[in-house]
Design a protein around this ligand. Structure first.
Ligand code: MCN
Length: 787
């Protein structure tokens, strides 16, 4: 009997090639005769382009060509694929290169193609562009006010969308009748995702076949190909092969179709030579999508006993100067619809104004909408606790959705979907046990007597992930322009070795390991006998890609379903081989045996061999064990948990030190605990970074002040204590493996845990709220209000 590998921490199979430097990232790819592109970007946040003179640049030895937007004016603008919130009439998206006007610093206006990258970069300086600067607005709320510079004719007051969910009248009434009402404005500042590898693209054109091969740092190669061919080039999908090589992190930013990818592809044909473009870090900061950037007014009503009765939220969501591929869906479907959190809140209303400003594009960044929603809810619960002078753990307990409430409909705001399963109090209790809550409160009292500021923050988050049901994302008003199912193909070769191809895409998550674990358990083969292939549109079935923590709960289930059909066929063939009745066959631990006679058996290897040889098959059976499954789940999955952060704020400097960090997550059944822990670690680091250090800053003229790693405070490992992780396992009833997603939990949970901890520490000073990042300066100023 083979050991079950589902649930065991086997080492990541992708790591040897990553650790030894054998993995090939985009910039490692060198094609013969390849040219290099460098892009001239607008130094102005808002300006007309009155003329561009490329003559001097063209004369530089080694420069092959220089192009401007005029040269590509026949190509349409890039599409916006998630037109949520009713944006249909005011979609403004990038061109391959902008032609008349730019709306953010960093928009591409010209491209130099040269024999090497250095020549191309140097020649950029010789392009003469006349810009006519226009007035600039960078703040989403100010952009909607009268007199603000107008960015797009089709978006009066710069409002791209004005979207609401919930019950306004009911919420207003409940707020009027509430025994206490707390109001707070909170800023969820803009973040720069910063994967270690920046973006890049190589394109090669085969003139004889009229076909392109495109290598791109993509989290969704099939979607990239679809969108690029159908909406930009107007050519059959079959004419383009997209390969996503090893990708060095994405965090959402590599989902989209960016202008540079289309530009490089067009150039490869025009110049009939392969062309490569690789983003610099500075370009990455100004031209790759950012995340968050909300200004939110919260009104929360409660009874004196701690029961929350109403939550009203108004948000200005900054979308940047133009829309990225799925931008409108983030502050609507993935934010507004999640504002009930883990709580039974009987009245919820949310209004979101998506706003154009002269800043870089904003789209999904790890968590995408759900960190913003969780921040609102978890801060609101703490503000109520403070107002009522109640223990924040107690207020959470009073309002939690209970285990027998599932499937739970959060007062209709989830557009028909229901939370699948959960036991929120269980994770809270476990986290409180791990931290030693009562002891901490005693320690805190003692510290306060000594003039020290110790604080503890809770975050009992809930998230939606495994985004799918196609029927849900395709509902009128949701605006998603495609389905959201996943696919997997399984082939069991003659020797019993298994090749899986998947439409999911791994860029750090470890899917080559966890998907192999699913196969190993179902077929009873060893993990070493399984290869998982992905990231190449040639040879993998269509899939929507990896984001929204969907690979396991959607792609993994397509794989599971495919394996069931392989097993069915194996049973039929084994029955034929053993001269037994198919209905008497049992598939167990890599063998098919006759019910009650375990000795009368054929191994999966023997069966695969027979299927591949095809000498003797049951009547009508095709040779080979090969199956492709497509899976569209009936619901999303809803991971949850409680994170606790313990901090000390220095009374003299305002600096926050994290003393302990406890995370208890429930992501359903766990395939690989070590990988899941790793995902949680990375997520926590990103969420804590938002709370304490990171923040993208634009000045009034639309220049990104935090435009490099010298100015944007990405944390280092020694900023963190060892994370203390716990887990509960509440299976999801949505899928046969009982799995939920984990890729974003840490980011979603951690930000409010840290802010709540700092606010708890500062409570003796009467400080109720400070906006992030909680830098020593900001905290010190609040502690010393007269300075
Ligand atoms: N897993 C598991 N058991 C579960 C759930 C997941 O063992 N119950 C495993 C999975 O099989 C997979 C990993 O955990 O190996 C993450 O799975 P999942 O939650 O399905 O998330 P995705 O694979 O869809 O990854 C997307 C998610 C997102 S949305 C962002 S953003 C993100 C993230 O994953 N970006 C990452 N994790 C990242 N990790 C790295 N290293 N780099 C990124 O850019």
């Amino acid at each position: 009997m083979s050991t079950r590998v589902f649930g065991s921490s086997i080492k990541r199979r992708e790591d040897p090639r990553l650790i030894t430097g054998e993995a090939k990232y985009l910039d490692d790819i060198q094609l013969p005769n390849m040219l290099h592109a460098a892009i001239l970007r607008s130094p102005y946040a808002h300006a007309k382009i009155t003329s561009i003179n490329t003559k001097k640049a063209e004369k530089v030895p080694g420069v092959v060509a220089v192009f401007t937007g005029q040269d590509f004016k026949d190509l349409p603008v890039l599409p916006c694929a998630w037109q949520a919130g009713g944006v249909k009439n005011n979609v403004n998206t990038p061109r391959v290169l902008e032609i008349d006007r730019v709306t953010f610093t960093g928009a591409g206006v010209a491209v130099v193609i040269a024999e090497d990258r250095y020549i191309a970069e140097d020649a950029l300086n010789l392009i003469e562009v006349k810009f006519e600067p226009l007035p600039v607005v960078v703040d989403a709320e100010k952009a909607t006010q009268s007199g603000a510079p107008q960015l797009h004719e089709n978006a009066p007051n710069n409002i791209c969308m004005d979207w609401s969910c919930g019950n306004k009248e009911g919420t207003d009434n409940a707020l009027q009748n509430a025994e206490v009402v707390v109001k707070q404005r909170v800023i969820n500042q803009r973040l720069i995702p910063t994967p270690i590898e920046t973006r890049g693209c190589i394109a090669q054109y085969n003139a004889a076949a009229e076909e392109y091969t495109v290598w791109a740092t993509s989290q969704a190669p099939h979607v990239m190909r679809l969108v690029m061919t159908a909406f930009v080039f107007g050519i059959p999908e079959t004419k383009v092969r997209v390969i996503s090589p090893q990708v060095g992190g994405g965090f959402g930013t590599k989902i989209y179709l960016y202008p540079e990818y289309c530009l490089v592809t067009a150039l490869a044909k025009r110049l009939n030579r392969p062309v490569k473009w690789m983003e610099t870090r500075r370009e990455n900061y100004i031209a790759t999508t950012h995340g968050r950037d909300h200004i939110t007014d919260i009104e929360v009503g409660a009874q004196r006993d701690g029961k929350i009765t109403a939550l009203k939220v108004h948000t200005y969501a900054n979308l940047g100067g133009i829309l990225s591929t799925i931008a409108p869906g983030i502050p609507t479907t993935l934010y507004g619809r999640m504002l009930s959190g883990a709580y039974k809140i009987p009245n919820i209303y949310c209004n979101v104004k998506g706003v154009y400003t002269n800043t870089g594009m904003v789209d999904a960044y790890r968590g995408a909408g759900r960190p913003e929603a969780t921040y609102v809810v978890e801060r609101a619960v703490d503000l109520v606790s403070r107002e009522l002078n109640m223990d924040p753990a107690e207020v959470r307990r009073k309002n939690f959705i209970q285990p027998n409430d599932f499937p739970y409909d959060p007062v209709g705001i989830l557009a028909g979907l229901k939370y699948d399963s959960g036991n929120y109090e269980m994770t809270l209790n476990k986290a409180l046990d791990m931290v030693g809550y009562q002891n901490f409160r005693r320690e805190q009292e003692e510290a306060r007597r000594q003039g020290r500021y110790l604080g503890l923050g809770l975050s009992s988050y809930l998230e939606i992930c495994g985004v799918a049901p196609s029927a849900w994302v395709g509902l009128p008003g949701q605006g998603w322009g495609a389905g959201l199912w996943e696919s997997a193909n399984v082939r069991v070769h003659l020797t019993g070795k298994v090749v899986v191809t998947t439409g999911s895409q791994s860029h750090g998550q470890g899917l080559e390991t966890t998907f192999a674990q699913i196969v190993a358990d179902e077929l009873g083969v060893s993990v070493e006998d399984v290869i998982v292939q992905h990231s190449d549109t040639q040879g993998t079935p269509f899939g929507y890609g990896t984001y929204g923590s969907r690979s396991t709960a959607v792609g993994g289930i397509a794989l599971y379903n495919s394996l069931q059909r392989i097993k069915e066929k194996a049973c039929k063939l084994a029955a034929h081989m053993l001269e037994a009745a198919p209905e008497d066959m049992v598939f167990e631990a890599g063998k098919v045996h006759v019910k009650g006679s375990p000795d009368k058996a054929k191994t999966i290897q023997e069966i695969a061999g027979a299927a591949a040889l095809g000498y003797s098959l049951p009547k009508g059976m095709e040779p080979f064990l090969d199956d492709t499954a497509y899976y569209d789940p009936p619901n999303c999955t809803y991971p949850f948990g409680t994170h606790i952060c313990v901090v000390e704020v220095d009374k003299d400097t305002g600096a926050t030190k994290i003393l302990r960090y406890i995370a208890v997550d429930d992501v359903g059944r766990v395939i690989n605990p070590m990988i899941v822990d790793g995902q949680v670690h990375g997520g926590i680091a990103q969420g804590v970074a938002q709370a304490l250090w990171e923040g993208a800053v634009y000045d009034e003229s639309g220049q990104l002040v935090t435009g490099s790693l010298m100015d944007y405070a990405v944390p280092k490992a020694d900023f963190f204590p060892m994370f203390e992780l716990g887990r509960t396992e509440t299976p999801s009833p949505v899928n046969p493996l009982g799995v939920k997603g984990v890729g974003e939990t840490g980011t979603i949970a951690s930000t409010p845990a840290v802010v709540n901890a700092v606010m708890d520490a500062l409570a003796p000073l009467g400080i109720k709220h400070l906006d992030m990042p909680l830098t020593p300066e900001r905290v010190w100023r609040a502690m010393n209000q007269n300075h």
